[in-house]
Write a protein that binds this ligand. Structure first.
Ligand SMILES: O=c1ccn([C@@H]2O[C@H](COP(=O)(O)OP(=O)(O)O[C@H]3O[C@H](CO)[C@@H](O)[C@H](O)[C@H]3O)[C@@H](O)[C@H]2O)c(=O)[nH]1
Ligand SMILES: [Mn+2]
Length: 732
C-alpha cells in the first residue's frame, strides 16, 4: 500500500476476528473468577479436607493466572508480508554482507553428511555470492567434519550453479533429491549432479565408518596438519581454515561465478577453561567473522536446520532495510520447523500453536523471542549496541569496501586470536556483548537483553517454510530437550534479567507477559502434578472435591472445560494439525509438565541455592533403524529407564486403579446416578487421564519390542501406585 508515494518493503496485518476472540476470552475469565470464588467460599471446616481444598485453590489460582499470561500471546496477533521485488529494485547493487553461522558439536549425533547439507543449502541462497560468507563452528573439532566440509567446498562448485540454473528448492542436496518424483525422466544435468553427490557421500561415509582420516586424504589438504597438535576435543589449539576465500578471483564455480566464502572453525578448548556451549561458539564466530568478512547481518542456524527456501535472506532484508521502520528492528526470527514430523506428531514436536499462533501474538507486542536458529541479526545489536532513534545503522554495503591485501594464510593466523580461550578474559563478552553466558538457553536471554535495549524484533512465517530441522524421535529425548528449555527459561525468570522485573518499563506490558509465559513453563509442574492424582485418590475414597451437577457453581467449571475443549482443538486444527495430533499434544503436554518441567523446576531451585550446575545436552539427530521405524508408525518410544518415566508410569497406573475402584463401587453399592451427581468432574478427570495414558499402558504391559517400558520400571511403578492407593484408602 502506498502512503504519500512511499512503498514499504514489508507490511504488518492484524489478525481477523480479534473482537470475537477477545469477547470469548473475557467470558472464560469470568468463569475462572467464579471458580476462584467458589473455592474461597467453600473451604471445609474439618482439618483434613481443608488441606486438599487449599491445594486445589492454589492450583486453580495458578492455572487461572497462567491462562491470563497466555492471553498476551493471543490478544494482538499480527502477520507480516514482504515485498522482495521492491528490495531488488531499490537495493540490488548495494545489498549488505551476510555472515552465516552453522554450529555443530558432535560428529556422532550430528553426522557430517547432515552438517554439510545444511552448509550447502545456505551457500546456495539466492543472494549475491560475493556478499555471502558461511562459517561452520565445530565444537567437537572433528577432522571428519572438516573433511566433509572440504568435500562440500568442492561440490558447491557444481551445486550452486545447478541450483541457480534450475531454480532448485530446497537447496539442501539430500532433501532435494528426496523431493524429486521417482521414475521420471531425469535430465542429464540432474543425473550428473546426483552422481557427484553420491560419490562425495560415499567418500565421506567411508571415512565416517572408518572413524578416522586416512593418510591419503590427509595429504590432500594442508588443513589437516592443524590436527597434529590436537590431543582431544576438550584440549586443542584453534583450528581455522578458510576453505573458500571470497576475495580470491580464482575461487569460482564451474560457470566462472564467484563462490561464497567458506570457513571452518574449531575454537580453542582447554580443560581448565569453561567453553559455555553454543553461546561460546557463537561469540567466537562473531569475532572471527568480523576479521574475515564482517557481514553486517548474521544468520545463525543449527547444523540440522537446512534452508528450505532460497529467498529467506531477501525476506529478512526487507525488514532491516525498510526505510521507515527497519532501523528499529534488531532481529528477524523464522519459525523452527522440522522435516521429520509424522502426521499426528506423537511427541508434539512441531510446537504448532507456538509457531502458528503464539509467536504471531508476541510479535504484536514488540517481537518474538530469539530461539537460537533461523534468526537474522544485525551484527551491531548482537554485539550489545543500544537502540537510538538518531543514530541509525546504515546497512547498505559501501562500494569502496577495500579488498584487504593480506594472504589467506596471514588472514587465517590473525583470525585465530579471537577464538582463543583467554580472549574473553576481562571483557564484556557473554555479559553485555554477544550471546549471554550462564543459561542453557543462551538464545532467549540474549533476545531479552536486546529487547531491553530498546530494539524490536520481527517474526516472519512464510508460506514456504524457511528452515527445516530434525526433531527428537523418542520420548526420553523430547523430554530431555524440554527439560533444558524449561529449566533455562525458568532460570532466566529468577535471574537478574527476569522479564518480570528487569524488563519492567523497558518493554511493553504485553511483551513482558508473553515472555513470562515461556519463562514460567517449569513451575506449571506443581499445579499439574497436584491435579493429576489428588482428585483421583479422593474419588477412590468417595470424597467429592468439586460442585455437584445440581449446584449453580457447577456452571463455571463446565464452561471452563467446554471452552478448553472447543477452542483448544479448533486452534490446533487451524494451525494445520489433525484431531489425533491435538490429542497427542494433550498427552505430551501432560507428560512434559509432570516430568520434564518437574525436574527442571527442582534443578533450577537447586542451582539457585548453589547445589548443582546445568548443562547443555545436545539432542541426537540420528536413530537406530527400528527406533526410526516405530517413530514413523507413531508408536511411543520409551526404551531406556529414567526417573522421569517412573513418575509418568506411576501417575498413569494410579489413575487406572482409581477408575477400577469406581467400577468396583458401582457393582457393590452406590448407583451410577448418585455417584455422577456428586462426583462427575472427578470421574471425568480420572477417565481422561486414563484415556490419554493408553500408549503408556501398552508400553508397560502389552508391547514386546525394544521400545517398550523396561520391566523393572513397570514393577517399580506398580508398587508405587498400588501402595499410594492402599495407603490412602486405609490409613487416611
Ligand atoms: O556445546 C555445544 C552444544 C551445542 N551446540 C550446537 O547447538 C545447536 C543446538 O543444539 P541441539 O542439541 O540441537 O538443541 P535444540 O534443543 O534442538 O536447540 C534449540 O535450543 C537451544 C537452546 O537450548 C538453541 O541453542 C538452539 O539454537 C535451538 O534450536 C546444535 O547445532 C549444536 O551443535 C554447540 O555448538 N556447542
Ligand atoms: Mn536441534
Amino acid at each position: 500500500m502506498a502512503r504519500d508515494g512511499y512503498f514499504p518493503l514489508f507490511e504488518t496485518r492484524r489478525a481477523k476476528g480479534r473482537v470475537l476472540y477477545r469477547l470469548f476470552a473475557v467470558s472464560v475469565f469470568v468463569g475462572i473468577l467464579l471458580i476462584w470464588v467458589y473455592r474461597l467460599n467453600h473451604i471445609p471446616k474439618e482439618s483434613y479436607g481443608r488441606w486438599v481444598w487449599l491445594g486445589l485453590l492454589a492450583a486453580e489460582l495458578w492455572f487461572g493466572f497462567y491462562w491470563l499470561l497466555t492471553q498476551a500471546l493471543r490478544w494482538n496477533i499480527v502477520y507480516r508480508e514482504t515485498f522482495k521485488d521492491r528490495l531488488s529494485l531499490r537495493y540490488e547493487n548495494e545489498l549488505p554482507g551476510v555472515d552465516i553461522f552453522v554450529c555443530t558439536a558432535d560428529p556422532k549425533i550430528e553426522p557430517p553428511m547432515m552438517v554439510i547439507n545444511t552448509v550447502l543449502s545456505v551457500m546456495a541462497f539466492d543472494y549475491p555470492t560475493q556478499n555471502l560468507s558461511v562459517y561452520l563452528s565445530d565444537d567437537a573439532a572433528s577432522d571428519l567434519t572438516f573433511y566433509a566440509l572440504m568435500e562440500a567446498s568442492q561440490f558447491s562448485k557444481h551445486w550452486i550453479p545447478y541450483c541457480k540454473k534450475f531454480n532448485v528448492e530446497p537447496r539442501s542436496p539430500a532433501a532435494y533429491f528426496v523431493s524429486l518424483p521417482r521414475h521420471n525422466n531425469q535430465s542429464k544435468d540432474l543425473v550428473s549432479i546426483k552422481r557427484l553427490y553420491e560419490e562425495m557421500e560415499n567418500r565421506i561415509q567411508t571415512a565416517t565408518k572408518l572413524g578416522r582420516i586416512t593418510e591419503e586424504i590427509r595429504r590432500k589438504h594442508i588443513g589437516f596438519s592443524q590436527w597434529d597438535t590436537y590431543s582431544s576435543r576438550f584440549d586443542h589449539d584453534t583450528i581455522l581454515q578458510i576453505l573458500i576465500d571470497g576475495r580470491d578471483s580464482k575461487a569460482v564455480d564451474i560457470e566462472g561465478c564467484a563462490l561464497p566464502t567458506l570457513v571452518y572453525l574449531a575454537r580453542e578448548k582447554r580443560p581448565q577453561h569453561f567453553h559455555n556451549y553454543k553461546a561460546g561458539a557463537m561469540n567466537a564466530l562473531i569475532r572471527v567473522s568480523s576479521m574475515i568478512s564482517n557481514g553486517q547481518i548474521i544468520l545463525n542456524v543449527d547444523c540440522d536446520m537446512y534452508s528450505n527456501n532460497s529467498q529467506s535472506v531477501r525476506d529478512a532484508l526487507c525488514f532491516f532495510m525498510d526505510e521507515e521502520k527497519g532501523h528499529e528492528i534488531a532481529f528477524v526470527q523464522f519459525p523452527q520447523n522440522f522435516e521429520n514430523i509424522t502426521e499426528n506428531d506423537i511427541y508434539g514436536n512441531s510446537l504448532r500453536t507456538i509457531s502458528e499462533v503464539e509467536f504471531h501474538g508476541i510479535d504484536g507486542y514488540g517481537g518474538p523471542l530469539y530461539i537460537g536458529t533461523g534468526c537474522f541479526h544485525r551484527r551491531e545489536t548482537l554485539c550489545g549496541r543500544e537502540f537510538s532513534k538518531e543514530n541509525k545503522i546504515e546497512l547498505k554495503r559501501k562500494i569502496s569496501d577495500s579488498r584487504r591485501e593480506e594472504s589467506v594464510h596471514e588472514l587465517e593466523e590473525k583470525s585465530k586470536t579471537p577464538a582463543s580461550c583467554t580472549y574473553e578474559r576481562d571483557t564484556k563478552w557473554g555479559k553485555e556483548m554477544g550471546l549471554r553466558y550462564g543459561f542453557p538457553v543462551e538464545d532467549v536471554i540474549t533476545g531479552i537483553s536486546i529487547h531491553c535495549k530498546g530494539w524490536k524484533s520481527v517474526y516472519f512465517n512464510p508460506e514456504r517454510k524457511a528452515f527445516l530441522g530434525v526433531a527428537p524421535n523418542t520420548l526420553p529425548q523430547a523430554l530431555v530437550q524440554h527439560k533444558r528449555w524449561s529449566e533455562g527459561d525458568f532460570q532466566i525468570f529468577l535471574s537478574r534479567y527476569s522479564p518480570a522485573w528487569y524488563a519492567l518499563g523497558k518493554i511493553s506490558l504485553g511483551h513482558q507477559l508473553g515472555y513470562c509465559c515461556y519463562c514460567l513453563w517449569a513451575p506449571n509442574c506443581l499445579a499439574t502434578l497436584f491435579y493429576s492424582f489428588v482428585p483421583s485418590l479422593y474419588f477412590l475414597k468417595g470424597i467429592p472435591l468439586f460442585p455437584k451437577t445440581s449446584s449453580p457453581w457447577f456452571i463455571p467449571f463446565a464452561y471452563a472445560i467446554f471452552a478448553k475443549y472447543t477452542y483448544g482443538p479448533a486452534e490446533f486444527l487451524w494451525s494445520g494439525g489433525t484431531i489425533r495430533g491435538w490429542w497427542n499434544d494433550q498427552r505430551i503436554w501432560l507428560y512434559k509438565r509432570t516430568s520434564a518441567y518437574f525436574f527442571a523446576f527442582i534443578d533450577t531451585i537447586l542451582k539457585t541455592l548453589g547445589f548443582s550446575e546445568s548443562a547443555f545436552v545436545v539432542t541426537a539427530k540420528v536413530a537406530d533403524e527400528d527406533v526410526s521405524q516405530r517413530y514413523e508408525k507413531e508408536i511411543m518410544e520409551f526404551g531406556a529407564s529414567s526417573s522421569m518415566f517412573t513418575i509418568l508410569a506411576t501417575l498413569a497406573l494410579l489413575n487406572l486403579f482409581c477408575l477400577i475402584g469406581l467400577l468396583n463401587k458401582l457393582i457393590i453399592d452406590d448407583g451410577l446416578v448418585k455417584l455422577c451427581e456428586t462426583m462427575v468432574l472427578q470421574i471425568l478427570l480420572c477417565s481422561i487421564l486414563v484415556l490419554i495414558n493408553w500408549p503408556m499402558y501398552q508400553g508397560l504391559f502389552f508391547r514386546k519390542d525394544n521400545g517398550k517400558m523396561p520391566s523393572s520400571l513397570t514393577a517399580k511403578s506398580l508398587v508405587f501406585a498400588l501402595s499410594a492407593c492402599t495407603c490412602f484408602t486405609f490409613l487416611y
